[in-house]
Design a protein around this ligand. Structure first.
Ligand code: ADP
Ligand code: MG
Length: 301
């Protein structure tokens, strides 16, 4: 833990201390229907950055997400500000106000503890990436995501807001600078050079990775995109809108995990989502099996 965390009222929770925290927090207890004895707590653990607990009582449920001062999947060798939880809670609230059908409600936020309590997106919801890998079709996904992106991006841009309001919000989210720097590094720089955190299927793709590193035209284009990403405060973007940040059933689409939110080009969200669909499309051949050859389009299109 970083020096000073304890003085700031921060302590990392585990399943037992989380229960005590919930009992002492009326908004969380209320989401569980006030039944705080015999809670079932399960750490989900498939996230890359944070700790996520699903808590259920016989009268309700809540998801509790806590940010620690480092990146979970790398460990404390890669420190990362806990303030990301503040920006995630802020963006969930802002985007949730604009598009309540596709964003979970925030029940509780504790800035000192970097902790968010939000609606549990219940099964049969699964992470979209898993559904796409399994070959499930989502006929409403395009409508839902278009609705989500249109509302969250348009209504947080200057197409809708006054200059005064817009600049105030831009200034607020500028503080999410560490997360912006992380994206600048892992999306716009590392893949195009030799870097410690790069991974590919070696040796099969060694030549392809090298071709990317040596493509000056591509690097110039990426440099242009990076400069737009950093410089253009167009709308409050989600900032990490890949298929791992979307939970789905065939009827419902819920967008989670906007901890990278800040004012940037709308195209970053739109491109991340479409880019992930394109990757999923080209991966289908590799996932085809006897039960599902991935060729049949069952909804008539
Ligand atoms: P990270 O910021 O660490 O990537 P995520 O917000 O992506 O964390 O959450 C990690 C996992 O926890 C998700 O993949 C999902 O399975 C589960 N999860 C997160 N939020 C919810 C929620 N509100 N309802 C149900 N499951 C959730
Ligand atoms: Mg995530």
């Amino acid at each position: 833990m970083a020096a000073g965390d304890e003085e700031q009222g921060f302590r990392p929770l585990d399943e037992a201390s989380l229960v005590a925290y919930i009992r002492a927090t009326p908004a969380l207890a209320a989401s569980l229907g006030g039944r705080v004895d015999g809670l079932a707590v399960k750490e989900v653990g498939d996230g890359n950055l944070n700790f996520v607990y699903i808590v259920t009582s016989d009268a309700g449920s809540v998801v509790v997400k806590q940010a620690l001062p480092y990146i979970r999947c790398v460990g404390d060798s890669w420190p990362m500000t806990r303030e990301r939880a503040y920006f995630e809670a802020s963006a969930l609230r802002e985007h949730g106000r604009l598009c309540p059908d596709h964003v979970p409600e925030v029940y509780h936020f504790d800035r000192a503890m970097s902790l968010i309590g939000m609606r549990y997106i219940r099964p049969p919801h699964i992470i979209l990436r898993k559904g796409l890998i399994a070959g499930v079709q989502y006929p409403l996904l395009a409508d839902h995501m278009a609705d989500y992106m249109a509302k969250t991006l348009f209504f947080t841009s200057l197409l809708y807001n006054s200059t005064t309001d817009h600049k105030k919000q831009v200034a607020r989210y500028c503080e999410n600078v560490e997360m912006c720097r992380l994206t600048e590094q892992v999306v716009f720089s590392d893949p195009y050079m030799v870097s410690k955190y790069n991974r590919w299927n070696s040796p099969l793709l060694d030549k392809d990775a090298e071709a990317v590193r040596e493509d000056d035209g591509l690097k110039l284009e990426i440099g242009e995109l990076k400069s737009m990403f950093i410089e253009r405060a167009q709308a409050l973007i989600h900032g990490d809108l890949h298929t791992g940040s979307i939970m789905v059933t065939p009827d419902s689409t819920q967008v989670i995990d906007p901890e990278f939110a800040f004012y940037a080009p709308m195209g970053y969200d739109i491109g991340a989502f479409l880019g992930n669909l394109i990757l999923a499309y080209f991966a289908q051949d590799g996932h085809a099996d006897e039960a599902n050859d991935r060729k049949l389009i069952s909804n008539g299109y």
